[in-house]
Design a protein around this ligand. Sequence first.
Ligand code: SAM
Length: 524
Amino acid sequence: MAAIPSHGFRLLTTTHPWLRNVHFSSSLASFSQHPQKAQASNLSLGQNSNKKRNNNNDGTKTNDNKTESYFPKRGQILELECESLAFKGKGVTKVKTISPHWDFVDAPCEYASCCGGCKTQNLSYEAQLRAKEQQVRELVIHVGKFSDKSPEFSSIMKPIVPCDMQFHYRNKMEFSFGSKKWLPKESLHEKLDGNETYALGLHAPGCFDKVLNIEKCLLQSEPANKILATVQESWREPGLGLSPYDVYSHGGFLKHLVLRTGRNIESGLPEMMVNFVTSSYKPELLKPLVAKIAVLPEVVSIMNNVNTSVGNTSMGEEEYTLLGKSTITETLRGLTFQISANSFFQTNTHQAEVLYKLIEDYAALRGDGSEVVLDLFCGTGTIGLTLAKKVQHVYGYEVVAQAVNDARRNAKLNGIDNATFVQGDLNKIGENFGKDFPKPDIIISDPNRPGMHMKLIKFLLKLRAPRIVYVSCNPATCARDLDYLCHGVEEQNIKGCYKLKRVQPVDMFPHTPHIECVCQLELS
Ligand SMILES: C[S@@+](CC[C@H](N)C(=O)[O-])C[C@H]1O[C@@H](n2cnc3c(N)ncnc32)[C@H](O)[C@@H]1O
């Protein structure tokens, strides 16, 4: 639920977490005491909805005081007046917020109510942090199967680390071009012709085929917003002959606009990479746009990824440099990194400093150059390289070839010669995996959202490295993997051999539901 206009009308959903008082406009709706009755009829009980709220069907009583909270419960049956029918025959009823939830704040972004990007901009930042911390705790208990009754539980669960930069923190944004502009309900009657239906922005939630047109995004840097505005000003000009890719006909040229913000190492000022993802290679079509963007002083790289598949990915099968360099630079923990268009790099550089410091603390290196680190899912090698100066050797594994090349180049760039990066799919490891590196003292594992494959879990349980630092962007799969590593895999008769020492949530992505966690495990 993105933005709730504090005094407006909106569709009723029974899972709304932060409506404090809902008032059903008098002729519209009320709550039934009798579930069967409510099921049998969709019609209104009539007036005085507040009074009817006295008898909730879960047996609880509420009074007539208009400031009384009301939270519909999952599975609760409500009797409401159906005002009209929406798509797929869903009934529409309206509720009005009398007083907003105490955690409600006005969302600063004009698109917050309909954009799929920031889902919680109208929840105070403190409340966002509380919710994230609570979510991690619940998952560790229920999915990870760690008892909150155990004496050490409270020392394992650490309070979330807030992000002190809550806007303009993203160094990478991926916008989509679309042939069907998403329109708010009140504008659906508007007749749009020709390229007026074109949009460049973010997908509206649940709409793979509709794009919400966006002129400015508060999560990305100011130079990135300047580039977005420049592209928006011109890409629809009929004379340019540019068309957005259509997800139904698979016609059209422009698929995505990916903007990455780095930093010039000498000046410390932002430097930008602009990446046009297109369905075919026609550089002459992009020329006018390239010329307009090139005059912006921060732009140091304009790339073209060509993706001929029908999928929605921004990674091209071919990549061309249209202007300047093919990488941008960024600094992290005192090292310099070169990042190419398709390489993973932490999207919040500012908070990545905090995250990496925590990872180093949890790795608890002796610092005498004797230890071996295995950096799984290493991306451009950032974590391993920031640890390299304290250890004997770092071995990094990563599936994206370009990221592995970046990692090797980054090692050289920083004068690090005790790091080896190998391209490989960690979901497909065979019997020979582990033969090319000595037994590690510390394993860093930083998988993407699906977490670790069972093959890798089994490998780690057999390898029995003294310490694992598990970095995760998905607390659900993280909790599952912690359970496997500590308690074993019952169905496969495999025993766990780790003890969970610490779970530290870190807010890398304010205003979004995403949560990062750093967990420390030690061989038990
Ligand atoms: C969350 S990122 C972490 C990157 C890096 N540790 C960092 O902090 O910048 C996950 C990385 O895992 C890589 N990856 C995803 N699936 C993989 C697989 N099956 N095998 C190896 N690497 C994979 C992705 O390409 C990505 O670089």
